[in-house]
Design a protein around this ligand. Structure first.
Ligand code: HEM
Ligand code: HEM
Length: 183
């Protein structure tokens, strides 16, 4: 069943963010392990925090773009429940892509820790130091990380299901070299 694809801009931002998130998640889980060598742990934290802030900027841009450029319609022969599941899971991914960096930012700023790139640019902290706020943000960041990891696994499995089993063009409409569309 032929479908039209996502625009070049939508694919570019999807894959840029996908690659960054797929590295940010394991780095996050790794850097909180006890017994890590100090220099390595510091480097992982610097990578994680600064990339996380970049991801927040990207998701704001992405949501703005998507509001003005709705995605192409799904194939009409896709079962209704699968279309709904796709809609809910994409919404969940967007919510978590916002919650994760915001909670991480609040956790770090309320904990009075640096965010190197923002500090170098002289961007002031938007959250005052507070142990209570830092603790709540840390919990939110941790549980949202589990939810995001689970949803990403479901998402990639669904994408592969479309690519290998249904072969309905849903995978190639997001794949960088897949079928193009004009709008
Ligand atoms: C999409 C963006 C992000 C993702 C996917 C992500 C993911 C993760 C994951 C999987 C962990 C390990 C789970 C845990 O124990 O909490 C973690 C921990 C952490 N993240 Fe993020 N993160 C993101 C953004 C940020 C940002 C923007 C900051 C700060 C500027 C940040 C700061 C931290 C800190 C400080 C920890 C350690 C939590 C602690 O134990 O104190 N993260 N992150
Ligand atoms: C190997 C990894 C990945 C593959 C193969 C993949 C594949 C796809 C495909 C085929 C679509 C189009 C689905 C459709 O047309 O209904 C899509 C959409 C989407 N993907 Fe991924 N994806 C991957 C990683 C990620 C990651 C890590 C995230 C974010 C956490 C993500 C977030 C999204 C979102 C939010 C959409 C919906 C786009 C929209 O309609 O606005 N993807 N992905």
């Amino acid at each position: 069943m032929p479908t039209t694809g996502y625009s070049f801009a939508a694919r570019t931002i999807h894959w840029t963010m996908a690659i960054l998130i797929l590295s940010t998640i394991p780095v996050g889980f790794l850097m909180v392990q006890s017994g890590l060598e100090r220099t390595l742990q510091n480097a992982l934290f610097i990578y994680h925090k600064n990339l996380g802030v970049l991801l927040l900027l990207l998701v704001v841009l992405r949501i703005g773009y998507r509001l003005w450029n709705p995605p192409p319609p799904l194939p009409t022969d896709l079962p209704r429940w699968q279309a709904r599941a796709a809609g809910f899971s994409h919404l969940g991914l967007y919510v978590l892509m916002v919650v994760m960096p915001v909670a991480g930012y609040v956790r770090v700023r309320a904990g009075d820790f640096p965010i190197e790139t923002l500090d170098a640019m002289g961007v002031p902290a938007l959250v005052p130091p507070s142990d209570a706020v830092a603790d709540v943000a840390k919990l939110v960041h941790e549980y949202a990380a589990y939810a995001l990891t689970a949803l990403v696994i479901v998402h990639i499995s669904a994408a592969l299901y479309h690519a290998a089993i249904r072969r309905d063009g849903v995978f190639s409409r997001m794949w960088p070299a897949g079928r193009r569309q004009s709008r």
